[in-house]
Design a protein around this ligand. Structure first.
Ligand SMILES: Cc1cc2nc3c(=O)[nH]c(=O)nc-3n(C[C@H](O)[C@H](O)[C@H](O)COP(=O)(O)OP(=O)(O)OC[C@H]3O[C@@H](n4cnc5c(N)ncnc54)[C@H](O)[C@@H]3O)c2cc1C
Ligand code: FES
Length: 353
């Protein structure tokens, strides 16, 4: 049986019990002690903390998110760090008082829908055995059947009011264990699945009254979809949201009707701009989401922006938003890192998440 150690989280002074084979972040989030994090896979460096006392094993931390000199200086990534003794860490904890944080829990459920919705994209709907609380924009970690110890993170596309059924949109990644190896291979409706969550802090700040631009690339639309449904259908936000949803070609776009209907129903609150890199279609604009956004806005001072997609898409879009005078503090982003990015050393521009 695995040894359990006490992790003391400063400056909160909170103590959490953590098994020697359990990441410190996981133990803290399950105990309701919120620590900063984003990817939860050792790639983005958002969860970096100081180890004030005790020993940790840095686990699967990538060498670029936690460099050798930082290891020597006593830093660690809590999403990968495994305690080897009682440990004291010091984290930069900034919690928005307005945001309710939901402790991470394990969930089981049944796949009730698994369908193709665009080229290389599936809609996955899971009916949970119980109910879940989460914030619009958060994600779950699925255990991949047949691959002990491997999990994959997919963002929730359904709004938080839907507590017993979660919707996800997943893109096929050639050679990927979770997608080509499972979801696009032998997964089927009726199968049982296991997952944990909710994770992440890429959430819509409904209490801030600034107008919002959202830019999603591919399935990067997912957390944005949850935010938009929550804002409009649940009347959680009264401002205006302009959405740019990008894909490489028209057959990679999905849920166009859903967003067009929302635009018709909420004309003062929502503007929808589907964009394609190449090709044509009714109502589609041509160009990267960032270039199309630049055509519409000379300046974005006073706005907030939410970006989600591949690390390359997020990086390009960040630069574009800053060229429109949007301060980094008003830009929130989620990078869809995968194992290939981790192996290749693709980092994240560390702004605010
Ligand atoms: C916070 C977050 C939210 C996300 N939400 C979504 C979402 O809503 N929808 C979605 O579609 N995706 C999402 N993703 C991406 C998702 O987590 C997976 O990365 C993606 O689905 C691919 O998983 P996979 O198991 O199929 O591929 P992986 O097994 O991770 O492989 C990815 C690629 O890397 C290559 N590779 C693997 N290991 C190595 C290695 N050691 N060296 C070199 N190459 C390697 C593989 O061949 C493959 O081409 C999210 C990611 C994050 C971080
Ligand atoms: S959350 Fe730990 S490195 Fe991304």
């Amino acid at each position: 049986m695995a040894e359990t150690y006490t992790v003391t989280v400063e400056p909160l002074g909170r103590e959490v019990q953590c098994a020697e084979d359990q990441p410190i972040l996981d133990a803290c989030l399950r105990a309701g002690v919120w620590l900063p994090h984003s990817c939860t896979h050792g790639t983005c460096a958002t969860c970096k903390v100081d180890v004030l006392d005790g020993d940790v094993d840095h686990g699967a931390s990538s060498s670029f998110a936690l460099m050798d000199f930082e290891r020597d200086e006593g830093k660690t990534l809590t999403c990968c760090a495994l305690p080897q003794s009682d440990v004291t860490i010091e984290a930069d904890i900034e919690v928005d008082d307005e945001l309710e944080m939901f402790p991470v829990q394990d969930f089981e459920g049944t796949i009730v829908t698994l369908e193709d919705i665009a080229t290389g994209i599936k809609r996955l709907v899971v009916k949970l055995d119980g109910e879940i609380g989460f914030n619009a924009g958060q994600y779950m970690r699925f255990r991949i059947p047949g691959h002990e110890g491997i999990d994959r993170t997919w963002s929730i596309a359904s709004p938080p009011t839907q507590t017993d059924e979660l919707e996800f949109h997943v893109a096929l990644v050639p050679g990927g264990i979770g997608t080509e190896g499972w979801l696009f291979a032998d997964a089927k409706e009726g199968d049982r699945v296991q997952m944990a969550g909710p994770y992440g802090r890429f959430v819509l700040r409904t209490w801030e009254e600034k107008p919002v631009v959202m830019l999603g690339g591919g399935t990067g639309l997912e957390p944005l979809a949850a935010m938009i449904k929550h804002a409009l259908l649940n009347e959680e936000y009264e401002g205006h949201i302009t959405l740019y949803a990008g894909a490489r070609a028209p057959d990679y776009l999905y849920d166009l009707d859903l967003f067009r209907e929302l635009e018709e129903e909420y004309p003062d609150q929502f503007t929808f701009n589907p964009c394609v890199d190449t090709g044509e279609g009714e109502g589609l604009r041509t160009g990267y989401v960032s270039s199309v956004m630049e055509e519409d806005f000379e300046r974005l001072g006073g706005y907030q922006a939410y970006i989600c997609g591949s690390p390359a898409m997020v990086e390009g879009t960040l630069k574009s938003l800053m060229s429109r005078r949007l301060f980094p503090r008003d830009i929130f982003h989620e990078d869809f890192f995968n194992e290939g990015d981790k192996a290749a050393g693709v980092g994240s521009p560390l702004i605010k998440r």
